[in-house]
Design a protein around this ligand. Sequence first.
Ligand code: SF4
Length: 316
Amino acid sequence: MTVRVFAAATLGQIPLVYDPATELTHMPGRNVPAGRVMLDDEEVAGWHTIAQRQVNTRIPFNLCWSPLVRCNLHCPQCLDDKTLSESGATERERIADVLATSDVLGHDISGGEPLLLQSLPQLLKVLSSHRAAVSCTTNGWHLERRAEELAPVLDAIRVSFDGPDAASHDHWRGTGSFKRAVAGVRAAVTHGVPVQLHTVLMQSTAHRAQSVADLAADLGAVGVTFLQMLPIGDGAGLAASELVEDADALRIVRSVQPPHGLRVRLRTRELAEGFTVIRADGQVYHNVRGATGIHAIRPLVTAADLHLPLPEGAGR
Ligand code: SF4
């Protein structure tokens, strides 16, 4: 049993519990008080999941904020738009304040590489000051160095792995990346931060899914999320050769035998459609139908700017 922080709220008259490690939102099987709550993750995992499209609300359950374009790595499958200009420190503080006052249940700070931000602990603290659960998605390079400082303000961390060993991971992320990411996960676990491994399923990496799950268990992670590759950013150039169809991805992930205590899930492209991202330029972006692209909608001025309709046909 692992007791950790979740976010609970009622949206569209449906009680919801958001898991900052898996990004999944559940319908609780009992009365859960609103706000940041400590829950047994085994109990939460047993509750049915629900998507925003199934609830009468325009408030996203969770979103990703990418305050940086900068990254210390150069992965060919990166989703980021490196041409965007980054907002400065004052604008980042303003955005954190706006997000904190929204009714969104979960905020994930991604990048670029979020651990390059010195002010990351302060931003996470602001984001969790209302009721949301907070996480980061990182390549793990700087995690060993910053785990102790981040542990008090992080509800979960997601660390990206493209393979279960140095040869397969570093092929995509560069020499030394695997060693640094492993050291980072170990440090986060040591400091009590729940860790979720993230692996993008590609044609040339999918056959290692079981080994990634085994690695996650060895490192003490709570779970693995396999993500369907999205043809966005640099990833668009790889899609023709590396994209795995949803049916194949489901088959691959279902074939993984989860080591004891580890949860394994697939984030399909369908689940990614309509997802809300605040990018480094301070604008609200939305994944289009099928998550085959991402569009800027409007600048984030108030929390109401997050209330977007889902793409037409989403959840068909
Ligand atoms: S995928 Fe992540 S680690 Fe790789 S270049 Fe993009 S932001 Fe950096």
